[in-house]
Ligand binder design. Structure first.
Ligand SMILES: Nc1nc2c([nH]c(=O)n2[C@@H]2O[C@H](COP(=O)(O)OP(=O)(O)OP(=O)(O)O)[C@@H](O)[C@H]2O)c(=O)[nH]1
Ligand SMILES: [Mg+2]
Length: 129
Protein backbone atom coordinates (compact mmCIF):
# COMPACT_ATOMS: atom_id res chain seq x y z
CA UNK A 1 0.00 0.00 0.00
CA UNK A 2 1.37 3.45 -0.83
CA UNK A 3 2.26 5.78 2.02
CA UNK A 4 2.05 9.53 1.30
CA UNK A 5 3.30 12.40 3.45
CA UNK A 6 1.06 15.45 3.03
CA UNK A 7 1.59 19.02 4.22
CA UNK A 8 -1.52 21.20 4.46
CA UNK A 9 -1.92 24.87 5.37
CA UNK A 10 -4.62 26.30 7.62
CA UNK A 11 -4.41 29.89 6.37
CA UNK A 12 -6.12 32.01 9.04
CA UNK A 13 -6.64 35.80 8.88
CA UNK A 14 -7.02 38.27 11.75
CA UNK A 15 -10.82 37.82 11.72
CA UNK A 16 -10.47 34.09 12.43
CA UNK A 17 -11.47 33.11 8.91
CA UNK A 18 -9.76 30.21 7.16
CA UNK A 19 -9.14 29.81 3.42
CA UNK A 20 -10.46 26.51 2.05
CA UNK A 21 -10.69 25.02 -1.44
CA UNK A 22 -12.78 22.32 -3.04
CA UNK A 23 -11.21 19.16 -4.41
CA UNK A 24 -11.63 18.86 -8.15
CA UNK A 25 -13.37 16.50 -10.53
CA UNK A 26 -11.40 13.26 -10.68
CA UNK A 27 -9.08 13.59 -7.67
CA UNK A 28 -9.17 11.40 -4.56
CA UNK A 29 -12.21 12.50 -2.45
CA UNK A 30 -13.43 15.00 -5.08
CA UNK A 31 -16.24 17.35 -4.01
CA UNK A 32 -15.01 17.62 -0.44
CA UNK A 33 -13.49 20.81 0.94
CA UNK A 34 -9.88 20.83 2.10
CA UNK A 35 -7.04 22.92 3.33
CA UNK A 36 -4.68 23.58 0.42
CA UNK A 37 -1.62 21.36 0.34
CA UNK A 38 -0.25 18.18 -1.09
CA UNK A 39 2.46 15.58 -1.21
CA UNK A 40 5.82 16.27 0.38
CA UNK A 41 8.59 15.23 -2.03
CA UNK A 42 11.48 12.99 -0.95
CA UNK A 43 14.04 15.82 -0.94
CA UNK A 44 11.81 18.19 1.08
CA UNK A 45 11.10 18.85 4.74
CA UNK A 46 7.41 19.12 5.67
CA UNK A 47 7.69 22.94 5.86
CA UNK A 48 9.36 23.09 2.45
CA UNK A 49 6.57 20.94 1.02
CA UNK A 50 4.02 23.27 2.63
CA UNK A 51 5.68 26.34 1.11
CA UNK A 52 5.85 24.82 -2.37
CA UNK A 53 2.30 23.45 -2.36
CA UNK A 54 0.74 26.68 -1.09
CA UNK A 55 2.61 28.70 -3.71
CA UNK A 56 1.41 26.30 -6.44
CA UNK A 57 -2.19 26.07 -5.26
CA UNK A 58 -2.90 29.53 -3.76
CA UNK A 59 -0.12 31.90 -4.89
CA UNK A 60 1.02 32.84 -1.37
CA UNK A 61 4.45 32.72 0.22
CA UNK A 62 4.32 31.35 3.75
CA UNK A 63 6.24 33.59 6.17
CA UNK A 64 5.34 31.99 9.49
CA UNK A 65 3.72 28.65 10.28
CA UNK A 66 3.32 26.33 13.24
CA UNK A 67 2.61 22.59 13.26
CA UNK A 68 -0.81 22.20 14.91
CA UNK A 69 -1.55 18.56 14.45
CA UNK A 70 -0.05 15.46 12.86
CA UNK A 71 -1.72 12.12 12.24
CA UNK A 72 -1.67 8.92 10.20
CA UNK A 73 -4.80 7.77 8.40
CA UNK A 74 -5.48 4.63 6.42
CA UNK A 75 -7.76 5.00 3.39
CA UNK A 76 -8.82 1.88 1.42
CA UNK A 77 -6.01 2.39 -1.11
CA UNK A 78 -3.36 4.45 0.70
CA UNK A 79 -1.93 5.50 4.04
CA UNK A 80 -1.37 9.21 4.58
CA UNK A 81 0.63 11.05 7.20
CA UNK A 82 -0.88 14.54 7.42
CA UNK A 83 0.94 17.57 8.80
CA UNK A 84 -1.56 20.34 9.56
CA UNK A 85 0.18 23.71 9.74
CA UNK A 86 -1.40 26.89 11.04
CA UNK A 87 -0.24 29.56 8.59
CA UNK A 88 0.00 32.76 10.60
CA UNK A 89 1.79 35.14 8.24
CA UNK A 90 2.04 35.16 4.46
CA UNK A 91 2.31 37.62 1.59
CA UNK A 92 -0.07 38.13 -1.37
CA UNK A 93 -3.77 37.22 -1.30
CA UNK A 94 -4.55 33.50 -1.56
CA UNK A 95 -6.74 32.41 -4.47
CA UNK A 96 -7.60 29.18 -6.24
CA UNK A 97 -4.62 29.23 -8.55
CA UNK A 98 -5.54 25.92 -10.19
CA UNK A 99 -9.10 27.17 -10.83
CA UNK A 100 -10.50 25.31 -7.80
CA UNK A 101 -13.51 26.78 -5.95
CA UNK A 102 -12.45 28.63 -2.79
CA UNK A 103 -13.96 30.47 0.18
CA UNK A 104 -13.13 31.98 3.53
CA UNK A 105 -15.01 30.45 6.46
CA UNK A 106 -14.83 31.42 10.10
CA UNK A 107 -13.10 28.68 12.07
CA UNK A 108 -16.22 28.24 14.22
CA UNK A 109 -18.28 27.57 11.07
CA UNK A 110 -16.07 24.88 9.53
CA UNK A 111 -18.08 21.65 9.17
CA UNK A 112 -16.06 18.49 9.71
CA UNK A 113 -18.44 16.45 7.51
CA UNK A 114 -17.52 18.57 4.45
CA UNK A 115 -13.85 17.54 4.77
CA UNK A 116 -11.96 14.24 4.47
CA UNK A 117 -12.28 12.01 7.52
CA UNK A 118 -8.72 12.64 8.84
CA UNK A 119 -9.45 16.38 9.16
CA UNK A 120 -12.01 15.75 11.90
CA UNK A 121 -9.86 16.22 15.02
CA UNK A 122 -8.18 19.38 13.79
CA UNK A 123 -11.53 20.90 12.74
CA UNK A 124 -13.01 20.09 16.14
CA UNK A 125 -10.04 21.83 17.71
CA UNK A 126 -10.58 24.93 15.49
CA UNK A 127 -14.34 24.96 16.19
CA UNK A 128 -13.64 25.13 19.93
CA UNK A 129 -10.72 27.56 19.92
N1 LIG B 1 -4.56 18.95 0.45
C1 LIG B 1 -5.24 18.25 1.37
N2 LIG B 1 -5.20 16.90 1.33
C2 LIG B 1 -5.89 16.24 2.27
C3 LIG B 1 -6.59 16.92 3.32
N3 LIG B 1 -7.17 15.98 4.12
C4 LIG B 1 -6.84 14.76 3.60
O1 LIG B 1 -7.18 13.67 4.05
N4 LIG B 1 -6.06 14.91 2.48
C5 LIG B 1 -5.57 13.80 1.67
O2 LIG B 1 -4.20 13.97 1.42
C6 LIG B 1 -3.88 13.68 0.08
C7 LIG B 1 -3.41 14.97 -0.55
O3 LIG B 1 -3.15 14.80 -1.83
P1 LIG B 1 -3.29 15.93 -2.93
O4 LIG B 1 -4.17 15.38 -3.97
O5 LIG B 1 -3.64 17.28 -2.37
O6 LIG B 1 -1.80 15.96 -3.39
P2 LIG B 1 -1.13 16.92 -4.41
O7 LIG B 1 -1.59 18.33 -4.14
O8 LIG B 1 0.34 16.63 -4.33
O9 LIG B 1 -1.79 16.59 -5.81
P3 LIG B 1 -1.77 15.44 -6.87
O10 LIG B 1 -2.53 14.29 -6.29
O11 LIG B 1 -2.55 16.09 -7.99
O12 LIG B 1 -0.35 15.15 -7.19
C8 LIG B 1 -5.14 13.14 -0.58
O13 LIG B 1 -5.19 11.74 -0.46
C9 LIG B 1 -6.22 13.78 0.29
O14 LIG B 1 -7.41 13.06 0.31
C10 LIG B 1 -6.62 18.34 3.35
O15 LIG B 1 -7.22 19.01 4.19
N5 LIG B 1 -5.91 18.95 2.35
MG1 LIG C 1 -3.21 19.25 -3.34
Amino acid sequence: MKHLHIAVGIIRNDEGEIFITQRGGDSHLSGLWEFPGGKIEVNESPVQGLQRELLEETGIEVLDSELLYQLDHRFSDRIVTLYFYLVKRWNKMPYGREGQPMRWVHQHQLKAEEFPEPNKPVIEQLNKA
